[in-house]
Design a protein around this ligand. Structure first.
Ligand code: FE
Ligand code: MN
Length: 335
């Protein structure tokens, strides 16, 4: 009998149906964190938002546009992420405690998708406009195309994770969705929508984004743990070349997100402008790189320290006064 230990990829010892005894206890922790964060969009009242959205002068044209574009990006990006988990990641990660987390994450993505249905319905937005933005708006389309492109080699139904090249392709998928999509492409939107919230504009939509941000920081943390575990177990995967390729992809993602920010914010509003968002993206890209054991590239300071406070949501914040469950704060120092 092989004395081999369970590992994440290609392990003959893994029985996907036997969750105990557990090897990756961190997967269990993230699962519990997800459960502790449970929410549904209907918990957030949209009454104030509906009034504001429909009143002729409450929001400027630029503010409305910013809201619509972020709806447009997120409404379809959530489904893209869910599909990647269910159709690609779940198939190759056979470890049961990680799969348990992936099921939880897939559910949370369904909640996020539901959030945009709820926002479209309550605000009376045109779904034909919102749900086509990922095809019609070039800076949104470029982001989606970029993640799909770096992950498409594993879409081949005959793809397996056997061998170094395939493992790298699989890691590229994990980086594409967890680090780039959920860790960088969501963040210009988070900054914009939470800035609205801080100025008491569209507070319902803002709170929905706050809930989503909290979930996404756990997804990102789980994804990074998955990537780091594969690097540790599969010796020789993380070569200098591969590290450079990953870093290049992350830099491209920052530039694409900056382009998107410029489109959403052609001129400064809400105390924001695209250039400050660009600094923030550089700051978070450095954090993402370090989190997967790579060297940071920008060295930029965080221009929005308030974002970290929002991520570390605590009960005493207004946001939680209406909530039944107490959020058990994790030690996530994510921005
Ligand atoms: Fe999501
Ligand atoms: Mn997610």
């Amino acid at each position: 009998m092989k004395k081999d230990i369970k590992k994440l990829l290609n392990s003959p010892q893994t029985d996907p149906n036997k969750i105990l005894p557990m090897k990756y206890t961190w997967a269990r922790e993230y699962y519990k964190k997800g459960v502790a964060n449970n929410w549904v969009p209907e918990e957030v009242s949209m009454q104030f938002d509906v009034e504001m959205w429909k009143s002729p002068n409450a929001l400027t044209k630029d503010e409305k546009r910013l809201i619509l574009w972020n709806m447009g990006f997120f409404s379809t990006a959530e489904s893209l992420t869910a599909n990647n988990i269910v159709l690609l990641i779940y198939k190759h990660i056979t470890n049961p405690e990680c799969r348990q987390y992936l099921l939880r994450q897939a559910y949370e993505e369904a909640v996020h998708t539901d959030t945009f249905i709820y926002c479209c319905d309550t605000l009376g937005l045109d779904p034909g406009e919102v749900y086509n933005m990922y095809l019609d708006i070039p800076s949104i389309k470029k982001k989606d195309d970029f993640v799909v492109d770096i992950t498409k080699s594993i879409l081949d139904p005959t793809f397996t994770t056997e061998g170094t090249d395939n493992i790298r392709k699989f890691v590229n998928d994990l980086i594409g969705f967890y680090v780039i999509m959920e860790g960088i492409f969501f963040y210009a939107g988070f900054v914009m929508m939470l800035s609205m919230l801080r100025q008491h504009k569209m507070v319902g939509v803002g709170e929905q984004f706050q809930f989503i941000l909290r979930d996404e920081s756990v997804h990102l943390a789980f994804g990074s743990e998955l990537i780091n575990t594969i690097f540790k177990e599969e010796k020789g995967i993380l070569t200098k070349d591969f590290a450079e390729k990953i870093t290049e992809n992350i830099k491209t993602a920052v530039d694409l997100e900056y382009e998107y920010a410029k489109d959403c914010l052609p001129k400064g509003i809400l105390g924001l402008n695209a250039d400050t968002i660009y600094e923030y993206l550089q700051y978070i890209a450095d954090r993402r790189l370090e989190r997967i054991g790579l060297e940071k590239v920008y060295g930029t300071k965080n221009p929005f320290p308030w974002m970290s406070e929002i991520i570390d949501l605590r009960k005493e914040k207004n946001f939680f006064e209406t909530r039944v469950n107490e959020y058990k704060t994790g030690a996530l120092s994510w921005d």
